[in-house]
Design a protein around this ligand. Structure first.
Ligand SMILES: C[S@@+](CC[C@H](N)C(=O)[O-])C[C@H]1O[C@@H](n2cnc3c(N)ncnc32)[C@H](O)[C@@H]1O
Length: 272
């Protein structure tokens, strides 16, 4: 049975309250389909009573609510999704940070999904810094998706997934295993993954660069603002913020300066 418009509105409200996600009318069919799947899994068939249970448990660590939160995540990603970001990492972030005396750069991949963004950053760092890269660069990927993080940690990718990896990098940084490709230990040594909800405060020290791509676009305006506050606090002064092309987040000019290059734009937190 389809939810009534009122039930659909209740569903969108309860999910927004739990996750900070926005549900404009274009996303309602997606919301309905995923919620129906979770309802079926939970053995529920009445929207009204199921919604009442969800509303009563919102914010708690309940099993059904968590399954619904997870089912609504979009984990779509790929290696080297924004080539311009990698050019900026090579041409601006790495040389400028090292010239400024940094000995170890910390990079955060927010909403890292199954790990392709974090491993791509590691490949770019290694291409620039050579075999010593694991001593000079540490990359942390954070996400709320448990299954996505497990896949990221496994570091085994299918042929379609590695299609956007340049052939030379595929040869250098992956071990073919049957039809799949496993990330080699030297790359893996540079990357760690951690479960973290980016709406919460990060107690992980300061980062030199943060990549937040294709994460904020799903959130409500207050949640986007909350995330920008968290990311700003986690970025050292002089550090760099990379955003996806449709993030819907604008770093404020009193805190950031935009650095434009033909390959794209990166926002630098204004040094003290
Ligand atoms: C579309 S993927 C983006 C992957 C990668 N950053 C890219 O651009 O290819 C969005 C990821 O953000 C994660 N995500 C959503 N809400 C989050 C939150 N509150 N904290 C951390 N990660 C979150 C999702 O689980 C999903 O894996």
């Amino acid at each position: 049975m389809a939810p009534t418009p009122t039930e659909l509105q209740r569903l969108a409200t309860v999910i927004s309250r739990r996750t900070g996600m926005a549900f404009p009318s274009t996303r309602l069919p997606f919301l309905t389909a995923r919620a129906r799947a979770v309802m079926a899994w939970a053995g529920a068939d009445n929207w009204d009573s199921w919604l009442s249970e969800l509303e009563a448990s919102a914010g708690n660590d309940d099993r059904v609510g968590e399954a619904l939160d997870e089912a609504l995540q979009v984990h779509e990603t790929c290696f080297f999704r924004y080539p311009g970001h990698h050019a900026l990492l090579s041409d601006v972030v790495l040389p400028d940070s090292l010239a400024a005396g940094a000995t170890r750069l910390r990079i955060l991949s927010v909403g890292c999904s199954t790990g392709q963004e974090a491993y791509s950053l590691a490949m770019t760092a290694r291409e620039n810094l050579g075999g010593d890269a694991h001593r000079q660069v540490e990359i942390l990927g954070v996400d709320v998706g448990r299954a996505a993080l497990a896949a990221a940690r496994r570091g085994v990718f299918g042929p379609l997934s590695v299609a956007s990896v340049p052939p030379l990098y595929l040869e250098r940084y992956f071990e073919p295993e049957g039809p799949a490709f496993t990330v080699r230990p030297e790359l893996r040594a540079m990357v760690r993954f951690l479960r973290h909800d980016i709406r919460r405060e990060l107690y992980l020290g300061k980062f030199d660069a943060i990549f937040c791509c294709n994460v904020c676009l799903y959130f409500t305006r207050p949640t986007k603002d909350q995330i920008l506050t968290r990311l700003t606090a986690a970025l050292r002064r002089g550090g760099y913020l990379f955003l996806g092309h449709a993030e819907g987040v604008t770093p404020p000019v009193d805190n950031f300066r935009a650095i434009y290059r033909p390959s794209g734009v990166v926002f630098q937190r204004i040094p003290a």
